[in-house]
Design a binder for this molecule. Structure first.
Ligand code: BTN
Length: 260
């Protein structure tokens, strides 16, 4: 059984990053890496610090949901300090980094369900949660939380089994979590730096977006929009064409496909 130091070292030995993952806190078990990262982020922390746990006992999902994080899944949070104007790009950076890392390490093609679920064959393999603290025009910190179903058997978890998959389930063999975490952190830094330099990363993000061209419903609190998903903006917003032909720009929400 590898010890704490070995796991952190094994991930860090795979990094060719400038700052992402250079500080890495590994825990066998945590309530949530978001909570642990938030505590660290409140102190003087270097950008790119990563918190990883082998399992979470109270993993958090989007829109107040719980996130199942048993051993075998990858749970990590990355602390960044972007400008306010580049905050919206984090969604694209994180989901694209996951797609690229899955392709590189597992050889599987994944798609993105707007805004940031990652799917394989229409089933969810990864969820992403982004939380930030902004004061005026300054971002104190942004935390990207990424949960990947790596080596779990989805059928063992009734609450997710109809809608979820895992890398081992798709491949028929286990995948190295350290290799996946390393590749993910490398891709994430690459995309983050490219986006800061003005690269149009929304184009690659859009190319992986399985939501486009489908009739969908987007729910955000009490508000519901229905229409055909047409495109995404450079800030990652979704453009819907309603049945009456008018356009709606969606910033946040939960997507359900009505028909293809
Ligand atoms: C979602 O799809 O609802 C988002 C799930 C995000 C889960 C990750 S796992 C690592 C980090 N820690 C958490 O408690 N949540 C995020």
């Amino acid at each position: 059984m590898p010890n704490r130091q070995n796991i952190a070292t094994s991930i860090q030995s795979r990094l060719n990053t400038k700052f992402v993952g250079r500080q890495l806190h590994y825990y066998p078990s945590l309530t949530s890496t978001m909570e642990a990262a938030k505590k660290v982020a409140g102190e003087e922390v270097v950008e790119g610090t990563v918190v990883i746990a082998d399992e979470q006992t109270s993993g958090r999902g989007r829109l107040g949901r719980a996130w199942l994080s048993p051993k075998g899944s990858l749970a990590m949070s990355i602390i960044l300090k972007p400008s306010v104007s580049s905050l919206p790009q984090l969604v694209m950076i994180a989901s694209l980094a996951v797609v690229r890392a899955i392709r590189k390490v597992a050889g599987l093609e994944a798609q993105i369900k707007w805004p940031n679920d990652v799917l394989i064959k229409e089933k969810k393999v990864c969820g992403i949660l982004i939380e930030s603290e902004v004061k005026g025009d300054r971002v104190n910190f942004a935390i990207i939380g990424i949960g990947v179903n790596v080596n779990i058997d989805p059928s063992a978890f009734a609450e997710i089994s109809p809608l979820a998959t895992s890398l081992s389930h798709e491949l028929g063999k286990e995948v190295s979590k350290a290799e996946l975490a390393g590749a993910l952190l490398c891709e994430l830094e690459r995309l983050y730096l490219e986006a800061q330099a003005g690269a149009p990363i929304h184009r690659e993000w859009q190319a992986h977006m399985e939501t486009l061209g489908r009739w969908i419903q987007v729910r955000a609190g009490e508000s519901v929009e229905r229409g055909k998903a047409e495109t995404v903006t450079e800030h990652g917003n979704l453009i819907l064409r309603r049945a009456d032909g008018s356009l709606a720009e969606i910033i946040v929400g939960d997507v359900t496909v009505i028909k293809d």
